[in-house]
Design a protein around this ligand. Structure first.
Ligand code: ZN
Length: 369
């Protein structure tokens, strides 16, 4: 299988060559491509617990890519209801981990666009239509926004919903296990039984480097897709690597505890990361995008501070005016950043449509008479 992968930073071509010298893609799945026919229930076998009907039931839709990552259609016929329930819990942790990013990236899942509610304070984010603007992201900021009028810096602070790092890792690894062929899956039997379907080994795994996951924030947004790679020559790298692209995030991990890999686990053994890039063909940007490797082995729930930051040209801040949202008329009061209640993020080409704008008829059409 060939993929046309273009790096954002062309200086890192050498590093990409090292990755592709060792790994070849074996499967690509996308949230926007249908997975095809499903096997009839009586022929199904769960690839995780190994049970078949009637010992296992297959009533629920089992998503190969979690619906929280924007997958509505890609479902499997090889995951029983009880395994699906276990993975569903990990996927909820993954959604907590991604936090406000899913809303900002408008990652549409089973329940439409996700809303975000920061625990314990007033920051909320949702996707809606406001004043004629379609599908805009609205963030209620409460008292958590600070604006520096001199520098133009805006900082919104809030708490991230709690998440268990190892559960987040398992939600990601689950995607890889769904993509793997049956022969390769055999090498992960123990990992699936003892780690994926159970919490018993979680504490023993804390600090293990196989749980290091690389994250990068990309300049382009993607529909969610995943690529599973298999090692093509021996080396101190895991047999399978998995890349997940969702919204503006690229996630890289190694599939953990493959039978033969574990014999080689040592200080030199570890994941090989591919520098951030895209599959869109053209090469528009040449920028360095740092990736951050995070240890996702933790078994305790993390409660982290989170935030959003952006900068607006301070010259433009000086000229801001206050407008009545009902009529669009200018109000004769100075702009006060401490009074900001909401931030709305819209595409550049959309025009605000005030409901009671003078010169408008009741149905909202322009009055040209
Ligand atoms: Zn099962």
């Amino acid at each position: 299988m060939q993929v046309a992968y273009t790096l954002y930073d062309s200086k890192l071509n050498g590093e990409a060559d090292i990755f592709f010298d060792h790994y070849s893609p074996v499967k690509i799945i996308s949230s926007v491509v249908d997975g095809g026919e499903l096997r009839p229930v009586e022929e199904r076998v769960c690839r995780f617990c190994g049970k078949r009907t009637p010992a296992a039931t297959f009533k629920n839709e089992a998503h190969i890519i979690p619906h929280q990552l924007g997958n509505e259609s890609l479902v499997s016929d090889f995951e029983c209801d009880s395994c699906n329930k276990i993975f569903g819990k990990y996927e909820a942790q993954l959604a907590n981990f991604l936090g406000i990013n899913r809303t900002l990236n408008k990652v549409k899942g089973k329940k439409g666009y996700p809303t975000f509610d920061a625990p314990g304070n007033e920051v909320k984010a949702s996707v809606k239509d406001i004043l004629g603007l379609e599908d805009v992201v609205e963030i209620e900021v409460g008292k958590n926004l600070s604006v520096n009028m001199e520098t133009g810096e805006h900082k919104l602070s809030f708490r991230q919903p709690g998440y268990r790092p190892i559960s987040v890792f398992k939600a990601l690894a689950h995607i890889g296990f769904c993509m793997m062929n049956n022969d390769d899956l055999l090498g992960y039997r123990r990992c699936i039984e003892e780690l994926m379907l159970s919490h018993k080994k979680d504490v023993k795994c804390v600090g293990h480097p196989i749980f290091n996951v690389a994250f990068a924030a990309l300049p382009r947004k993607h529909d969610t897709f995943a690529i599973l790679y298999r090692r093509i020559q021996p080396g101190l790298f895991p047999l399978h690597a998995l890349h997940v692209f969702t919204g503006d995030t690229m996630i890289q991990l190694a599939m953990p505890f493959q039978k033969n890999d574990t014999e080689n686990y040592s200080s030199e053994f570890g994941a090989l990361y591919l520098p951030p890039g895209h599959f869109d063909g053209d090469h528009a940007e040449d920028v360095n995008i740092p990736w951050r490797v995070r240890d996702m082995s933790g078994a305790d729930t993390m409660q982290e501070a989170s935030g959003l930051g952006f900068t607006i040209n301070p010259e433009r801040l000086k000229n801001l005016v206050v407008i009545d949202p009902a009529t669009g008329e200018l109000k004769d009061i100075p702009f006060d950043p401490t009074q900001i209640a909401k931030i709305v993020i819209s595409k550049e080409d959309q025009r605000i449509n005030y409901p009671n704008e003078p010169g408008k008829t009741e149905d909202g059409a322009e009055d040209v008479s």
